[in-house]
Design a protein around this ligand. Structure first.
Ligand code: SAM
Length: 270
């Protein structure tokens, strides 16, 4: 999988060189590139922001440096059409979108452009699972009051554009959201996690319930004990206890997930 990260703070992504994602890059499972939009400015100050049209507080990220950074990504991706982009301010190539390579079905697919924003579609485990199958993801991290909306419109000619939010709160910039999404997506790419079975029983996987509580040695620790059933060696009983705990935890901690689960169960039993 190829991932391109656009940000005026590309060093924010150094954390992705650590641990499993760092190793996956070394093993050639992931290629992660960082692109600095300031490299696509022409003025002495390398300006990427400008006051909002219509007035108001803060600054807005100018469209041109981001568009040029995205064109650079398309140019450097292998697909046919990458070199055929019309760079006029008003227009786009008649040759159509650039494509990044064959999908599983053999058809060419566009790169996915994810624009982190609190006003986007909620990023969930389902979205991570879906995106883990794509070959080329591009993330454009915003700063200030966000990126000029016309980038989202223009980019649809070249990318599958997905404005996405990681939750109902506001961060200073998109970089932390990008790190969250890249980590959640890439750990689902085959080979990134050593034991893929560990992904099956996690919270939000499969039927969406939260995971059961987990314990390790010693059996007694500071006056707290491991539930006896886990020491019984009876795999049937352990599985039943874990299932019960998943349901209890979800019902108590996340009534929204529990309600969706109940509806899905009812639908299945019809
Ligand atoms: N003015 C914007 C609004 O109210 O929707 C918030 C801009 S925020 C200060 C700057 C940048 O942080 C955004 O462009 C986006 O890239 C990122 N960001 C902030 N909160 C986010 C969230 N919940 N999910 C994803 N990205 C977020």
């Amino acid at each position: 999988m190829r991932i391109d990260l656009l940000s005026i703070f590309p060093e924010f992504f150094d954390v992705l060189d650590l641990s499993l994602i760092g190793r996956a890059q070394q093993d050639g499972l992931l290629e992660i590139n960082r692109i600095q939009p300031r490299d696509f400015t022409t003025d002495r100050h390398r300006t990427v922001d400008s006051p909002p049209a219509g007035g108001g507080a803060g600054m807005v990220m100018k469209p041109e440096p981001i568009a040029q950074a995205l064109e650079h990504v398309l140019d450097s991706s292998a697909g046919p059409g990458a070199g055929e982009i019309d760079r006029s301010e008003s227009g786009l190539s008649e040759s159509g979108p650039s494509e990044s390579g064959p999908s599983e079905s053999g058809a060419q697919e566009r790169p996915v452009l994810i624009i982190p924003t609190p006003s986007g579609e909620l990023f969930t485990q389902r979205a991570a699972e879906e995106l883990a199958h794509r070959q080329h993801l591009v993330f454009a991290a915003g700063r200030f009051e966000g990126i000029d909306q016309r980038v989202t419109e223009w980019a649809q000619e070249h990318f599958e554009v997905r404005p996405m939010s990681i939750g109902d709160y506001v961060l200073n910039g998109g970089e932390a959201a990008v790190v969250v999404m890249v980590e959640a997506i890439t750990r689902l790419v085959p080979g990134v996690i050593g034991n893929p079975e560990s992904l099956d029983e996690e919270s939000h996987a499969g039927d969406g319930l939260l995971e059961y509580p987990v314990y390790t040695k010693p059996a007694q620790w500071r006056g707290h004990e491991i539930p006896q059933v886990l020491l019984s060696g009876d795999h049937g009983k352990i599985a039943a206890w874990r299932r019960e705990q998943q349901e209890l935890r979800t019902r108590k901690g996340r009534p929204d997930i529990w309600a969706r689960y109940v509806v899905a169960q009812e639908r299945e039993s019809r």
